[in-house]
Design a binder for this molecule. Structure first.
Ligand SMILES: O=C1O[C@H](COP(=O)(O)O)[C@@H](O)[C@H](O)[C@H]1O
Length: 232
């Protein structure tokens, strides 16, 4: 489908411009439907963007925030995406937003996925905004090459909701929204930084199997245009 590249001089400039774009999309959703939703990624890339976004004026009490994916670890674990969002986004002006975690204190990751799917249904689809990241192995969300549930995660016929993923490169078992849940977000962003990630993107844009670089599913088949935000 369509991908539009937005390149910036540095991460701070990117964080500001991406926050502008996201606030515009969330404000439009509130004006049109009375509420707004955003699914965000974890990892090392989004920290500065989260901090910038959290300081922006908006009726945050009408905004629901969730995660694109999560590790099967509680929120006090340093590797938790929830913790990253808690410390960098759910503060300042954005403190009044509602947050839906994916991690559930269930006996198994499978059970947690069922509970999280049920709980996040009330957010409503499509998401107004989904911000994806990308790993150096070409994964996005928790769609990992060689992942245990990769085929189901990428299948456009799989239902919206959360499924489990285990993979060599993933560390802990993961919880991830399916491709069908994310690909039609009203604003669909791929946020990457560094020359290395730009090179990975170029490889993903070349011919090759989706399962080798699952970000290809988004670049090739997302219903919404993919807005790529990049800085060196
Ligand atoms: O495992 C994950 O990694 C990706 C990319 O993370 P980064 O550290 O390279 O920015 C992230 O998008 C995803 O949400 C996270 O769970």
């Amino acid at each position: 489908m369509t991908a539009n590249m937005h390149a910036f001089a540095n991460g701070a400039e990117l964080a500001g411009k991406l926050a502008d774009k996201v606030v515009e999309a969330l404000s439009a959703a509130i004006a049109a439907r009375g509420s707004a939703s955003i699914a965000v990624s974890g990892g090392s890339t989004p920290k500065a963007f989260f901090q910038t976004l959290s300081s922006r004026p908006l009726d945050w009490s009408k905004v629901t925030i969730t995660l694109v994916d999560e590790r099967f670890v509680p929120a006090d674990n340093p590797r938790s995406n929830h913790l990253l969002v808690q410390e960098n986004l759910l503060k300042d002006k954005a403190a009044s937003a509602q947050f839906f975690p994916l991690y559930q204190a269930a006996a198994s990751v499978e059970e947690a996925a069922v509970i999280a799917t049920e709980k996040t249904k009330s957010i409503g689809y499509p998401f107004d905004v989904a911000i994806l990241g990308m790993g150096n192995d070409g994964h996005t969300a928790s769609f990992f090459p060689g992942g245990s549930n990769l085929a189901a995660a990428l299948d456009p016929k799989s239902p919206r909701g959360i499924i489990t993923m285990e993979a060599e490169g993933a560390g802990e078992p993961r919880l991830t929204f399916t491709f069908s849940s994310l690909q039609d977000a009203r604003l669909l962003v791929l946020h990457i930084e560094g020359q290395g990630k730009k090179d990975v993107l170029a490889k993903a844009e070349a011919p090759g199997d989706e399962t080798e670089m699952p970000i290809r599913a988004v670049l090739r088949r997302a219903a919404s245009p993919v807005e790529i935000y990049w800085a060196p």
